[in-house]
Write a protein that binds this ligand. Structure first.
Ligand code: NAD
Length: 258
């Protein structure tokens, strides 16, 4: 399948690890030129060294306008424009409403939501100049359903769907914007989250059992969808969120009827 992504300029936020790193590898395999914006620039740089692909990593806190502005200046002066933006950077912090401090709320909303607004703000003028582009927001299944004690996280991911629709409406027809909603994915985020529990292996098994496919996703499986949805093979998808969740929540649990 020729995705025709060779030489396209792709920006991936949070591209050093997890879903972002798999996405960077997948775009580099397609011959795209990739810029990674991440706090962990050393890890991100290794992706380019490993693959020999074209691109670079910039140390950037994507929740800060000044840092995003400097990063996009460098991308535009190096590559001459942006074709595809993957708003992937995110953090998971736990707490119900009464437990969540104002600082934690602001931090989660800034990293998970404001970052997508800021990066889109700096990418869109270049996409308009080039006559087209694609923005993919990595939301979560928690945009539409919710575990306990994720007030800030679930709110940030639901709001990303609103931002997705807003960009899709304002910048159609030349620019597409969509969101993807993964179920649990095997990344450092998940392992960091379950490490604190008394029995991490049991929590992992529970996560696997929640999905109809009885496993969690590999980050490469999410990356494949991101790359496909960004390509010209998905030209009629915009404004929507796509669930990639192994059937999480499809089964009605209860007493069996035979
Ligand atoms: P991860 O923690 O494994 O990797 C996240 C990356 O984002 C890291 O490289 C980190 O350095 C970077 N990052 C964090 N804060 C940043 C900031 N302020 N500025 C720049 N970079 C920053 O996470 P992941 O599991 O790969 O998650 C990627 C995205 O997918 C997130 O938006 C997450 O909410 C979403 N998601 C993950 C899962 C899952 O189960 N892993 C499920 C659904 C959605």
């Amino acid at each position: 399948m020729n995705l025709q992504l060779a030489q396209r300029v792709v920006v991936v936020t949070g591209g050093a690890k997890g879903i972002g790193a798999s996405t960077v590898r997948a775009f580099l395999r397609e011959g795209a030129r990739v810029a990674v914006l991440d706090l962990d620039v050393a890890t991100a740089e290794r992706l380019f060294a490993e693959s020999g692909g074209q691109g670079f990593a910039i140390r950037c806190d994507v929740s800060k306008q000044a840092e995003v502005a400097v990063a996009f200046d460098r991308i535009l002066s190096t590559f001459g424009g942006v074709d595809i933006l993957i708003n992937n950077a995110g953090i998971q912090m736990y707490g119900d409403v009464t437990e969540t401090s104002e600082e934690l709320w602001d931090h989660v909303l800034a990293v998970n939501l404001k970052s997508a607004f800021l990066c889109s703000k700096y990418a869109l003028p270049s996409m308009q100049e080039r006559g087209g582009g694609v923005i993919i927001n990595v939301a979560s299944i928690q945009a539409v359903m919710c575990q306990r004690k994720v007030a800030a996280y679930a709110t940030s991911k639901s709001a990303l769907l609103g931002l997705t629709r807003s960009i899709a409406v304002d910048y159609a027809p030349s620019i597409r914007c969509l969101a993807i909603c993964p179920g649990t994915v095997d990344t450092p985020m998940i392992h960091n989250a379950i490490r604190e529990s008394p029995d991490p292996a049991a929590v992992l098994r529970e996560c696997e059992e929640m999905h109809l496919l009885r496993r969690i996703a590999k980050p490469e499986e999410i990356a494949e969808l991101i790359v496909f949805a960004s390509s010209d093979l998905a030209p009629f998808i915009t404004g929507q969120s796509i669930r990639i969740d192994g059937g999480l929540g499809v089964e009605i649990k209860g007493s069996k009827q035979s």
